[in-house]
Design a protein around this ligand. Structure first.
Ligand SMILES: Nc1nc2c(ncn2[C@@H]2O[C@H](COP(=O)(O)OP(=O)(O)OP(=O)(O)O)[C@@H](O)[C@H]2O)c(=O)[nH]1
Ligand SMILES: [Mg+2]
Length: 337
């Protein structure tokens, strides 16, 4: 699962990328920056406090910082976007005369509209081209698969012509596969966020808002001072923590935990993953030799803060390979190789 930071020029994508990944890339680099962002999780903090492990591992998101969309049609922008699964669209509502909004004034709804239109247009071009070539092929020979592709793309073209995103389409398994092969932009999840001025961080916006300057100030503080500073600003936590968790959720990702003296760790899985497949995330041997998963929900565990007490209280279940792992499950895999 790859998350792309996209938007118009000078909306603050690279600044945001640097903050989220802690990397020190150049603002002026023309290509894509790749890095990982830690997913903050108070539950991991609490588990680490209990187990005092040698190592603490948070969940992570893979980020790609994509150069700003060029209104004079920079094609590479779209090639880069093709590779990501979710678009975090950074919209700008801050003033900066040195790096002005490429459209001169700030209007984040307008900017989002422009970006959406560009994505839609690209999908239209792909659809029309493919439909044309399919029509030619189908004239020569009828083939069930090509016929299905033709029909599903016809439906897609109709939606796009009405200005609708393809994410709206309901598809059968076979249709979904066809659509996935085309890597359509408007089927990707899209989450707008707004980079605003310091004095507007508590303003009402349609989407999550943050101020890069404020976030940078918070990040520069020692860990123990951050909460107090947030309180002074009138916010409950750094906006970036909230945003990263929102991205994680929107991408359909959840975390399960493993705990011990050596490591307290969050593992990332997509919603709907079975216990056996989750075990495979930890190690392929655990998946191959899977017997049972001992499962305790974090909320149950944290009430007693001790696994043997949780066991005595019947809060630890034995689940089989088809159990669907839930967010916050603490797992211990029984296996045999
Ligand atoms: N005043 C102010 N300046 C900001 C803020 N966010 C970013 N900037 C400045 O705006 C300039 C552009 O920011 P970048 O992070 O490079 O923007 P970008 O979206 O990566 O731009 P492109 O890659 O060119 O599309 C930088 O000089 C930043 O310091 C902000 O919240 N407030
Ligand atoms: Mg940039």
């Amino acid at each position: 699962m790859k998350i792309g930071l996209a938007g118009l020029r000078y909306s603050g994508k690279t600044s945001l990328f640097k903050l989220l990944t802690g990397s020190n890339v150049s603002y002026e680099k023309s290509g894509v920056n790749i890095g990982t962002a830690r997913v903050p999780d108070k539950r991991i903090d609490a588990l680490a406090e209990i187990y005092q492990p040698e190592k603490i591992t948070y969940a992570a998101l893979e980020l790609a910082d994509i150069p700003g969309i060029d209104l004079n049609k920079n094609r590479s922008f779209f090639a880069d976007i093709r590779k990501v699964d979710l678009l975090l669209v950074v919209l700008r509502d801050f003033a900066d005369d040195i790096h002005p909004n490429p459209l001169e004034t700030n209007d984040y709804r307008r900017d989002l509209g422009i970006i959406k239109d560009e994505l839609l247009l690209q999908d239209m071009v792909v659809t029309e081209k493919r439909l044309e070539s399919l029509a030619g092929q189908l004239k020569k020979q009828g083939c069930k698969e090509l016929q299905l592709e033709y029909e599903v793309l016809r439906r897609a073209a109709e939606l796009l012509n009405q200005g609708e995103f393809l994410a709206k389409m309901e598809l059968s398994g076979a249709e979904e596969k066809i659509m996935r092969n085309h890597g359509f932009f408007t089927r990707k999840a899209l989450l707008p966020i707004i980079n605003t001025d310091e004095d507007k961080i508590t303003a009402e916006y349609d989407w999550p808002a943050f101020s890069l300057q404020v976030e940078a100030e918070i990040a520069a503080l020692p860990e123990q001072d951050r909460e107090e500073y947030c309180r002074l600003l009138g916010v409950s936590e750094p906006a970036l923590d909230r945003i990263v968790r929102a991205v994680y959720r929107q991408a359909g990702l959840i975390s399960f935990f493993t705990v011990g003296k050596d490591e307290v760790r969050a593992w990332t899985i997509v919603q709907g993953t079975t216990a056996k497949a989750a075990a495979g995330k930890i190690h392929s041997d655990l998946e191959k030799g899977f017997i049972r998963a001992e499962v305790c929900a974090y909320e149950d565990f944290i009430k007693c803060r001790d696994m043997s007490i949780a066991k005595n209280d019947n809060k630890v279940r034995l689940e089989s390979k088809d159990y669907i792992v839930q967010d916050g499950d603490m797992l211990n895999i029984r296996f045999n190789v």
